[in-house]
Write a new protein. Structure first.
Length: 572
């Protein structure tokens, strides 16, 4: 029975906590809170909800992930990866559907942690991660073109290709002032790290600087130049700084069944992104996170966030790295980050109405570029063709269809390719004349070190690798081919010393081989079966079918048994 693995890092880090570390965590938390502000607003709007919902998500999820999480430095909140999923769910099921799907995703994440699936999720193939991350990045970039250039469009198609066709049709409606603000924001964010490197403002994020500069510029243009075409958040949303009350949506079985697929997508993506972020952080700070505790914390965060009007959340790599780079080394920094966002929400939220939409679009253009991982994409193109196929399939499905389809198909492709590679690692060889002990030292510890001659009338086959369905079929094919090339033996020894496990298909194939051999008058002897495999064969009834004497511990005993069987046949 598996034990509950829930050990929040906050408890262990507070044992030796001191004032010096608190001062460092406090500074890191304040900076991360400032960094998270424009991103939370931008992610909220891009996801199809109001800006305050993005901040509420960062507050609630950020606090819970830091208090309950399995990483010392993980920062939780809304991320760019969820934008396309959230927007699609809202379009199809409404905001209430998103709320229910997020609650279900929280439940799934908790189950992932309780079932100790954290380690498994971390091993999702890298080409899948890069494929859908790059696909999300391109999709986010595509969704921001209208606001970036201030286009006048009655509606924006959801389909990727149709969206670009609509953009080209609306090209004459570009607003010069909005485009200047959007492109100017991109330039400011891009050059800010180089400009501010040696100044006191160096720790402030370029996205915040761009928002401040472009908001002031938009206000001045409106006040003194009569420019009224630059759309702001206040033109599209009514801003509220009031904390929402807790609300639990009505759940019905029909709604739950309908939302299982998007909920699983949210859960899987949240698990992948949070554990990837925690793993990257471990490499920087020299620590080791508890993946199952982290999944449980992410699950609780995604249960709490929608109850207070928020959206899905996960570990955010960019904010986590900002936390580390500014000295954060305990979950206290993440708690401070949530407190800073709460204070900004309560006292400064009304000012957000003056932020230009084009500026937020510029922020998301930079986010999409950083997400794209184009260097990783290019490097994978040099890998084996199977990796390239998985990469492109996942990428194109993410862009053309949606992330749910991309993850499902990508995982299926990866599983099929994994099974193929596993089958390729298992090989079957025929030993015809003699066995060299110098190459077989592990089997000769109990015997002499002389060459073992294979008697006439005996065939020896060796299986190297796991004996599962792919290898079982390969073994049957090799046996079938050899039947036409060799005279029929009287004893067939199958060496299984290098078979770590056997599955039901392998058992089925091995059973068929033994029965067919017996029908042909050939006795089968198994050699070198390890205890685990032998236990599986015992449960499958091999002892009764072959006889216990024909399941041998190593090749010496198997050859002696083969000699006895030959003598017995000669006397008959």
């Amino acid at each position: 029975m598996t034990t509950l693995e829930f050990k929040p890092k906050l408890l262990s880090t507070l044992k030796n906590y001191n004032r010096k570390q608190f001062t460092t965590d406090l500074l890191a938390g304040i900076i991360v809170g400032i960094v998270a502000l424009p991103l939370a607003i931008a992610f909220g709007i891009a996801s199809g909800v109001t800006p305050e919902k993005g901040i509420i998500t960062a507050i609630v999820a950020g606090l819970i992930v830091s208090v309950l999480g399995g990483s010392k430095v993980q920062i939780g909140g809304p991320t760019g990866a969820f934008i396309i999923i959230i927007y699609g769910i809202i379009q199809q099921y409404g905001f209430e559907g998103l709320t229910i799907a997020t609650l279900m995703a929280g439940f799934f994440l908790i189950m992932f942690g309780l079932l100790h699936l954290g380690t498994i999720i971390k091993y999702i193939p890298y080409p899948i991660v890069v494929g859908f991350t790059s696909g999300i990045a391109l999709t986010i970039f595509t969704t921001q073109i209208k606001d970036l250039l201030g286009m006048t469009m009655s509606s924006v198609p959801s389909d990727f290709v149709e969206k670009w066709i609509a953009y080209f049709s609306a090209f004459p409606t570009i607003d010069v002032w909005s485009a200047a603000v959007g492109i100017g924001s991109v330039i400011v964010i891009a050059i800010w790290p180089k400009v501010s490197r040696k100044t006191a403002l160096g720790k402030l994020p370029g996205s915040l600087i761009a928002i401040i500069l472009m908001t002031i510029a938009a206000l001045l243009l409106k006040q003194y130049a009569g420019v009224a075409t630059i759309e702001t958040i206040g033109d599209r949303f009514s801003i509220s700084s009031q904390l929402p009350g807790a609300q639990v949506p009505e759940l019905t079985w029909d709604v739950v069944k309908m939302l299982v697929s998007p909920a699983l997508t949210i859960a899987i993506l949240g698990a992948i992104e949070s554990l990837l972020s925690a793993t990257v952080a471990d490499g920087v700070i020299g620590d080791r996170h508890n993946s199952n505790t982290e999944l449980i914390a992410q699950g609780v965060a995604n249960l709490a966030s929608p109850i207070f009007g928020g959206i899905p959340a996960t570990g955010a790599i960019a904010r986590t790295m900002t936390n580390i780079n500014n000295g954060g080394r305990t979950p206290v920094a993440g708690i401070v980050h949530a407190a800073v966002l709460l204070l900004i929400f309560l006292f400064l939220m009304p000012l957000a109405q003056y932020i230009p939409m084009a500026c937020l679009a510029g922020v998301l253009v930079i986010v999409s570029y950083n997400m794209s991982g184009w260097r990783s994409f290019v490097s994978i193109m040099k890998n084996p063709k199977s990796d390239v196929i998985v990469l492109w399939v996942t990428f194109l499905l993410t862009v053309v269809f949606d992330l749910t389809v991309a993850i499902e198909v990508g995982l299926i492709c990866a599983c099929l390719l994994f099974m193929r590679r596993m089958a390729e690692t298992t090989d079957v060889k025929v030993i015809s004349d003699e066995i060299n002990p110098e190459e077989e030292s592990s089997d000769f510890q109990l015997g002499n070190l002389e060459h073992l001659t294979i008697p006439e009338g005996v065939e020896v086959y060796e299986i190297n690798g796991p004996y599962f369905f792919g290898a079982g079929n390969k073994f049957e094919e090799i046996m079938g081919a050899l039947r036409h090339q060799r005279s029929k033996p009287r004893v067939r020894i199958i060496r299984m010393r290098k078979v770590p496990f056997i599955d039901s298909t392998g058992i089925h194939n091995l059973t068929n081989l033994c029965l067919m051999s017996q029908q042909e008058g050939i006795q089968v002897v198994l050699s070198g079966v390890n205890p685990k495999v032998q236990a599986v064969l015992h449960r499958a009834g091999f002892d009764a079918m072959l006889g216990q004497d024909n399941i041998c511990s190593h090749i010496n005993v198997a050859l002696e048994r083969a000699g006895q069987l030959l003598l017995e046949n000669d006397y008959r």
